[in-house]
Write a protein that binds this ligand. Structure first.
Ligand code: CIR
Length: 266
């Protein structure tokens, strides 16, 4: 197992869930999220991040933005600098500007996706040891990917455009990085060929929702309730921490969505 910059981080940023979370976006209505239970899961998630030795910055809830707990979509954080996204969901566009000053306090180099026709969300971006994969989706378009490609051109990792499976919210809904050259992925995404140059651990049958996990320092943080996938990840040599995700799952959210993970360069 490697300990490179694509899996090891000194910092994470999270944002407390707001009471308006009940109005969060969802593809299919499977019930109203319970704020108290989501807060409990969120607290356990932060404890798991901190247990690895990282500094976790907890931002206040933003009631004006029901989906603002899903901070991952607002920025891409790399060792050299951070890029502020332009979320493709109109109700989430303003979340990116809310995140910018917090990253500016930690990074010397902040860049922004600014084009009026450019849309891109962090959930569609997977940074591996060698490249930045960006899935085109209902939230992330060609102009957004082209602008990101220009902005990070001097930062050492090439951008590769891939496709988020139809009907899937984000590219990382269906995959996660386990180490610099290994991903956890659903069979439907792995079958597209985008990970042909990687080692792939597949989610177990019926457990596609386990694919959204995070490798954070020495652990893999996974949504609870997917025993087949957990066993596969452990067999591959990783230490797993499970966190309840029942409430975020009602809003198509998972482990990666809840944090920005990075080592800032000041
Ligand atoms: C949304 O539809 O934007 C939120 N309800 C869920 C965002 C999940 N974020 C992520 O996968 N990075």
């Amino acid at each position: 197992m490697s300990t490179d910059a694509s899996t090891h981080f000194t910092h994470a940023i999270t944002r407390r869930p707001a009471p308006s979370i009940t109005a969060g976006l969802r593809a299919v209505d499977t019930g109203t999220p319970d704020l108290a239970l989501m807060q409990a899961h969120h607290a356990a998630y932060i404890t798991a991040l901190r247990a690895t030795g990282a500094t976790v910055i907890e931002l206040d809830a933003l009631d004006a933005y029901p989906d603002s707990v899903f901070v991952e979509d607002t920025a891409l954080c790399l060792p050299q600098g951070a890029v502020i996204m332009r979320p493709g969901a109109p109700s989430r566009l303003g979340e990116a500007a809310e995140m910018a000053p917090h990253l500016a306090a930690l990074y010397a180099d902040i860049r922004r996706i600014e084009g009026a026709t450019s849309f891109i969300e962090g959930g569609d971006i997977l940074v591996t040891g060698s490249e930045i994969l960006v899935g085109r989706s209902a939230r992330t378009n060609a102009d957004g990917i082209a602008e990101l490609t220009r902005l990070v051109a001097s930062w050492g990792k090439p951008v590769r455009e891939v496709h988020t499976p139809p009907g899937v919210l984000h590219f990382k809904t269906d995959c996660s990085l386990l180490d610099a050259t290994t991903v956890l992925a659903t069979p439907r995404l792995a079958d597209s060929g985008c990970f042909d140059d990687y080692f792939v651990v597949h989610t177990a049958p019926g457990e596609d929702a386990a694919a959204n996990a995070i490798r954070f320092n020495d652990v893999v943080i996974m949504a609870a309730g997917f025993p087949g996938t957990r066993a596969a990840v452990e067999r591959a040599g990783y230490t797993v921490v499970e966190i309840g995700n029942s409430e975020c799952a009602k809003l198509d959210g998972g482990m990666s969505c809840l944090s920005l993970r990075f080592t800032p360069a000041k």
